[in-house]
Each structure stands twice: as structure tokens, then as C-alpha cells.
Design a protein around this ligand. Structure first.
Ligand code: UD1
Length: 431
């Protein structure tokens, strides 16, 4: 038997090599929203008709959700940026642990599975790099709709008692405005008997997008985008053809790419209301912003310090906290960032420090003293948005930065290096 000895280059995971310090110019195209598309895909479980989703981003998370739906009997076909999901063959109520474990959003299947089949067994998603990610609110709400739920050996088993196995509408008060719980319960309630009211619902644009799709499928939903959502259950839902909203987090990342390189870029399509708090902070640090149709033009020169706290929508999104910190690491003055949503979402601080950033951590608060230049270094992204923060820092740093952890980056950004290279960045994917 001959053994192959792996050379160092072969054991390294793929990485991005960024030659920093270049000005960017041109236009960046924003893909469809990952977080919206993932949830809209699970809505295919609610109907036996075909559902066509357009503007679906080409991401590994989307492939993962396709695999999960496929394992339940849903037909999944992709062409260009469209997905056709055919729920007529749905024959399983229990997605396998190996698939669910790698994609937290797959837990949201439990709502539509229960609504359509009256039974679902979905493994608990567990924690992830940024925090514990409980699903207490999802489970509490499903119980209010009449499901019997038990959690055993890491699997949530839910069943609707009675001959018809149909959920019954009810009044749900969420203790915290969880995006995933709001979405899970909207889907469950869409096929329930009678009216459901969700109080303290999440206000995120992705919730409104889901309401848009469900309405196009024949659901009766009012109030999405407010704290009270009312759903009048219907007997059945039908197919629909629906376009996913643009990704506000990818758009925000591109705007930050302009800001950190002190460049002028056009970014679109953008729905400015989805980015309200982010645009305000970009203006506060000194960026100039102009809307031109659905394209946002940004130009940046001097960047000054600003304080920010992450909050549920319409507050500043936790998903842009790490990328914004990269920018503030290069600002004039001292900024304070407080992370209020996830308990372990400041791991990028240590990596930014390796690039010369002057950041002090105290609990969930980071004190960032801007430095004139970051310096290129090998760094590791600890989660999706932390990886994006490293790429941004690399764009602005002196010398070469290598970013590892691309398995995270590829989950949420479609061809990030290709898009940034198109506006003048110098990024190579290795090996
Ligand atoms: C979604 C997004 C994620 C984003 C997050 C917050 C998707 C696929 N993911 O995640 O990118 O960072 O919203 O904007 O859409 N919580 C509880 N109990 C629960 C559920 C949640 O205490 O039962 C807490 C969480 O610990 C967290 C906060 O609520 O502190 C927000 O979580 P949630 O809105 O549920 O996030 P996700 O829907 O998982």
C-alpha cells in the first residue's frame, strides 16, 4: 500500500488572498436575500402545487435547504436564479439530523410540516458560533396552535391530535420578537382552523417578504411589518411565482466596502427602508449617500467615529455589526459598539486586533480606537459575518491579508471576490 503524504498547501482549507489598499469604483449588484429565500423555500411544504421563487442567490445554504426539502419528498429544480419547488411528493415529516445540523434555518420546516401533515420531527438546531440560538418561542407558539410537542434525545416531535390533524388558531405572545419564531408560526397558522394573532412579532423585512409569498399562495395575513400579525387560516394554499427581496445585509457589506476603502460605488438594487439604521450610521461617519432609482450611490472620504448598538429591526442589524466594526477600526476617534442580540458575536475582535486594530472588549461592548492603517495578516472568520468583516478589513489594509473560514463566507455571499474584483479589488481564492 502506498501512502500519499499531504503537503502543507493541500491540508490548508481554501482561503482568500487580498492585496489591500486599492480604491474601488463602479457598480455592485446585490443578490436576493439569503435569509428570506431560505424561509420562502420552506413554504413549499405548505402546498402540493409548484412554487417558483425568483432572485434566489446561489449559496451553499440554499443548496443545503434544497437537500433538506428533497429529503422530505419535495422536488427541487434550479435554473439560473430561479427555483421550482414541487411539494406534491411530500412524504416525510422528519428531516435527517446531518442535514438540519448544518443549517439552523432548517428548523423553520417544523411549522409548515405540522400545518400540512399534522406531524413533524425536527432535530433541535443546537448552538452555533455566535450563540445558543434557542427555539423556545417557536415551540410555545406551536403548542398554542394545538400541537402536542415533546423534546427527546435532541429531537422536537410535534403532532396535532384529532382525526383531521389540523392546527387551530390562537393568540400567541412572543416573549422576544424572534424572526424565526414569527416566520415558523405564520406558516403554521396559514393552514390552521380559525384566526391566529401573533403579538410582539418580529418587524424584519424578511417577515414581510414571507407574508407576501404566503398571500400570493392564497393565505390571509394582515399586519406583517407591525408588532401584531393576524392570520385567518385557510383550507389549502396554492402555488405561486414570487421574487425574493434584495439582500439588505449583502448591500450593507458592499456599502461598507466603499466606506472602508474611501471610494465611490454604486450598489443596487437596494430598498432603502430595509437599511434605515445602517444608512443613518453611514451618514453619521461621514459617507455621502444618494438614491438613483433602486441604486444607492455612496462616496466616502474622511471617516469619523460613531457609537452603535445592535437591535431588532428597525434598529441596527446584528448581521452588520462585525463588518461595521472593520470600518470603525479605521475611523478618526473612538467608537463604541454594543452587541445586544447574540452573546458570542464579538469573536472577530481578536482577528481585527491581529491586523493592527486598537479594540478593547468589555462584556458585550467593544471600544474601538481608530488607527490610520490596518496591516495585512492571516486571519480566520469565525462565522459568516465575521468572515465578511475580515474581507473588508483586508481591502483597506496595507499588504496582503489571507482570510480563512470560507465555508462560512460561501454560505451567505454569492461570489463575493468576483463581485469585488469587478470594482477594482484584488482578491484571489486559494488553492
Ligand atoms: C435570524 C437571521 C439571522 C439574524 C437574526 C437576528 C435567518 C435565517 N437568520 O435568525 O441572520 O442574525 O435573525 O436578526 O433569518 N431568542 C430567544 N428565544 C427563542 C428564539 C430567539 O430568546 O425562542 C433570541 C435569540 O437568542 C436571539 C434573539 O432572540 O438573542 C434573536 O433571534 P431570532 O430572531 O430568533 O434569530 P433567527 O431567526 O434565528
Amino acid at each position: 500500500m502506498t501512502l500519499t503524504v499531504l503537503q502543507p498547501a493541500q491540508v490548508l482549507s481554501p482561503q482568500l488572498e487580498i492585496a489591500g489598499g486599492r480604491r474601488l469604483a463602479g457598480e455592485l449588484r446585490v443578490s436576493g436575500a439569503k435569509n428570506s429565500a431560505l424561509v420562502l423555500m420552506t413554504a413549499s411544504l405548505l402546498t402540493a402545487d409548484a412554487l417558483r421563487l425568483r432572485n434566489v442567490p446561489p449559496l451553499t445554504d440554499i443548496l443545503g435547504m434544497g437537500d433538506i426539502l428533497g429529503s422530505l419528498g419535495v422536488g427541487v429544480q434550479r435554473s439560473a436564479d430561479s427555483l421550482v419547488l414541487d411539494g406534491s411528493g411530500l412524504n416525510q415529516s422528519s428531516p435527517p439530523y446531518e442535514l438540519v445540523n448544518s443549517l439552523r434555518a432548517s428548523f423553520f420546516c417544523i411549522g409548515p410540516l405540522l400545518a400540512r401533515l399534522g406531524i413533524a420531527q425536527v432535530p433541535l438546531p443546537g448552538g452555533c458560533q455566535i450563540g445558543t440560538r434557542p427555539v423556545v418561542e417557536h415551540v410555545k407558539g406551536l403548542k398554542t396552535l394545538g400541537a402536542q410537542v415533546t423534546i427527546d434525545h435532541g429531537v422536537v416531535s410535534a403532532v396535532v391530535p384529532g382525526r383531521r390533524r389540523r392546527l387551530t388558531g390562537g393568540r400567541i405572545h412572543l416573549d422576544c420578537p424572534s424572526v424565526g419564531a414569527t416566520e415558523t408560526l405564520m406558516m403554521a397558522a396559514a393552514l390552521a382552523e380559525g384566526e391566529t394573532v401573533i403579538d410582539n412579532a418580529a418587524l424584519e423585512p424578511e417577515v414581510i417578504d414571507l407574508a407576501g409569498l404566503l398571500s400570493a399562495m392564497g393565505a390571509r395575513i394582515r399586519g406583517a411589518g407591525t408588532t401584531t400579525i393576524t392570520i385567518e387560516g385557510v383550507e389549502r394554499l396554492h402555488g405561486a411565482d414570487y421574487a425574493v427581496i434584495p439582500d439588505r445585509i449583502e448591500a450593507g457589506t458592499f456599502l461598507l466596502a466603499a466606506a472602508i476603502t474611501r471610494s465611490r460605488l454604486r450598489v443596487g438594487p437596494v430598498i432603502p427602508e430595509h437599511l434605515g439604521a445602517v444608512l443613518t450610521k453611514l451618514e453619521d461617519v461621514g459617507c455621502k449617500l444618494t438614491m438613483d432609482g433602486s441604486t444607492l450611490e455612496i462616496s466616502a472620504d474622511e471617516i469619523r467615529a460613531v457609537d452603535l448598538r445592535t437591535q431588532p429591526f428597525p434598529g441596527f442589524p446584528t448581521d452588520l455589526q462585525a463588518p461595521f466594526m472593520s470600518l470603525l477600526a479605521t475611523a478618526q476617534g473612538t467608537s463604541i459598539i454594543t452587541e445586544n442580540i447574540f452573546e458570542n458575536r464579538l469573536q472577530h475582535v481578536a482577528e481585527l486586533q491581529r491586523m493592527g486594530a486598537a479594540i478593547r472588549l468589555q462584556g458585550n461592548t467593544a471600544f474601538i480606537e481608530g488607527v490610520p492603517r490596518l496591516s495585512g495578516a492571516p486571519v480566520q472568520g469565525s462565522d459568516l459575518r465575521a468572515s465578511a468583516a475580515m474581507v473588508l478589513a483586508g481591502l483597506a489594509a496595507d499588504g496582503v491579508t489571507t482570510v480563512q473560514g470560507l465555508e462560512y463566507l460561501d454560505r451567505g455571499y454569492a461570489d463575493l471576490e468576483g463581485k469585488l474584483n469587478g470594482v477594482g479589488a484584488s482578491i484571489r481564492r486559494l488553492p
